[in-house]
Design a protein around this ligand. Sequence first.
Ligand code: HSE
Length: 373
Amino acid sequence: MKKKVGFVGWRGLVGSVLLNRMIFKKDLSKLNIKFFTTSQVGHNGPKINNTKFGILENAYDLQKLIEMDIILTCQGSEYTKKVYFNLKKLGWTGFWIDASSYLRMHKSAIIVLDPVNYNFIMQSIENGCRTFVGGNCTVSLMLMALGGLFDNNLIKRIFVSTYQAVSGAGSSYIKKLLLEMGVLHNSVKDDLKKNNISILKIESVITSLLKSRNSFRLFNDTPLAGNLIPWIDSDNNDGKSKEEVKGQFETNKILNLKTDEEVIIDSMCVRISTFRCHSQSFLIELNKIINLSEIKSILLNHNKWTEIVDNDKYSTIRYLTPSMVSGTLKILLGRIRFSSFGKSYITVFSIGDQLLWGASEPLRRMLNILIKL
Ligand code: HSE
């Protein structure tokens, strides 16, 4: 019998990427899926490859939700907060798969990233776990990139500098970035055509535009184009952003490490003006000295999505860029070398698509694990 799956939040950014992947991988034919909505109850559901998926159900109707074997939600933390515990109180014993962060650190929830923690996921299901949550995107992308080193217990501690795409802040930020790029270009496009114009004159127009409160700040906050923002998510009030705190806690939870086994992960998380790939620069202290070719083969053998770019100028500039990874499941690794800090320190740069491995793909794969049970 096909499992009854209720899908909530399938029209948002992560939900749409997930639905597209499910269509591409032909997952829908394996499910008895119902689409839920928080705003368009009774409207027609999606029509996918000539199949109509019925009428949209009310995502707050607990009596409808309780009929589901699995609920898959990309609706966000507020929705989870309103619905999850009420559903549990009614005695619902189905599986909850969630893209939002609300339940991530809850003791009853497992953070899913099956190429990294498949055994832990399966053991948790056996032990009665019913709640599976996608990890923070930088954490999941780091673990996909460095999984081999974690698996071989080679990492003592890591410092990560992130370069996070605007998609991580939501679809409105992708639009904001594009609009800002247009405004900047328009402001100097005539000057750019002139041969004798000073580049400093052009730059001063751009700079004053970036600083102006009124004309440029389309969303009344800090510009994304021609800029960066070294703070992501809320203030943890200890000098760290919440994004930086998640790195330490979520990694150790995904790996199911005991307190005395925990890996120290410190980070500086930065929003930059790329669209959907998060990049990360790692300074890693290893537990032992090991040669670079062995490190590379450990990284490559961990999962089939990692690819290594040679650490030379041409290969790095040509291949190790977000634009090469966008829209794919590749996890690119490069700049692998020993650090000047000493032979037990290495540097690695990685890039992954924030909407795929960073958000939707671990959930799609979790759904597939559950429907095979
Ligand atoms: N917090 C991430 C970001 C989103 O802002 O880029 C993915 O978890």
